[in-house]
Design a protein around this ligand. Structure first.
Ligand SMILES: Cc1cc2nc3c(=O)[nH]c(=O)nc-3n(C[C@H](O)[C@H](O)[C@H](O)COP(=O)(O)O)c2cc1C
Length: 202
């Protein structure tokens, strides 16, 4: 069994999502001895924004690619292959400015690839990356699970949408919210998220 672990927080040891993804991976290891884990820290090793130069390589003969296009194309292929090969994908999703970190968006811009993880058909797009489990560790300073907060959530809903677009039907979110609303609320939220992880069948 293969697991892909993606971290994305810029907050280092103070990160909540890093704690939660680590707990998810530990739980997966306990439930699946021999689990093979691939780790990507897109904050520590940022993936370049998808640019016209990088995307344009797909529409050019390989012999015309420059060095950047060659290197970035190889990276894109590696990222897609890692994603497709995984049975379980654990994704850290800190909320930054109501959405996900731009570093995580850069990863998504590489793995959401026509012909690899989805295809266009006469009936609309079809996901090609189904059959895997996606576990999202969501951390946010405020509260967005309330009726009022939901309209400002472009983090969890976005990830649900884009993962659905590439064919993921088995997606679960473990959430710690209100983590910047005082020490008690932070501790309670992290504790609840850890309990949810302990109860998960991965
Ligand atoms: C750059 C930045 C932007 C943030 N934007 C929001 C926000 O829009 N809404 C919110 O509730 N919390 C926001 N926060 C707080 C984070 O969601 C919170 O610290 C959370 O724990 C982030 O996950 P992490 O600890 O894994 O980095 C922001 C934090 C940072 C550093």
């Amino acid at each position: 069994m293969k697991l892909l672990h993606i971290d994305a927080s810029i907050l280092g040891d103070n990160s909540v999502s890093r704690q939660l993804t680590a707990a998810l991976v530990d739980a997966a290891r306990q439930q699946h001895p021999g689990l093979s884990v691939t780790y990507r820290d897109v904050a520590a090793e940022p993936i370049a924004h998808l640019s016209g130069e990088i995307l344009g390589a797909a529409f050019m003969p390989e012999s015309d690619w420059n060095d950047t296009q060659r290197a970035e194309r190889a990276l894109t292929d590696t990222l897609i292959n890692e994603f497709l090969a995984a049975d379980v994908v654990v994704i850290a999703a800190p909320m930054y400015n109501f959405s996900i970190p731009s570093q995580l968006k850069s990863w998504i811009d590489r793995i959401a690839a026509a012909g690899r993880t989805f295809k266009y058909t006469e009936n609309g797009p079809v996901g090609l990356a189904g059959g895997k489990k996606v576990l999202i560790a969501s951390s946010r300073g405020g509260v967005y699970s309330s009726e009022q907060g939901k309209s400002m959530d472009f983090q969890e809903d976005y990830l649900r949408t884009v993962m659905g677009f590439v064919g993921i039907t088995d997606l679960q979110i473990v959430r710690a919210e209100a983590v910047n609303m005082g020490d008690d609320k932070r501790a309670t939220a992290i504790h609840a998220a850890r309990e949810a992880i302990a109860a998960l069948a991965i």
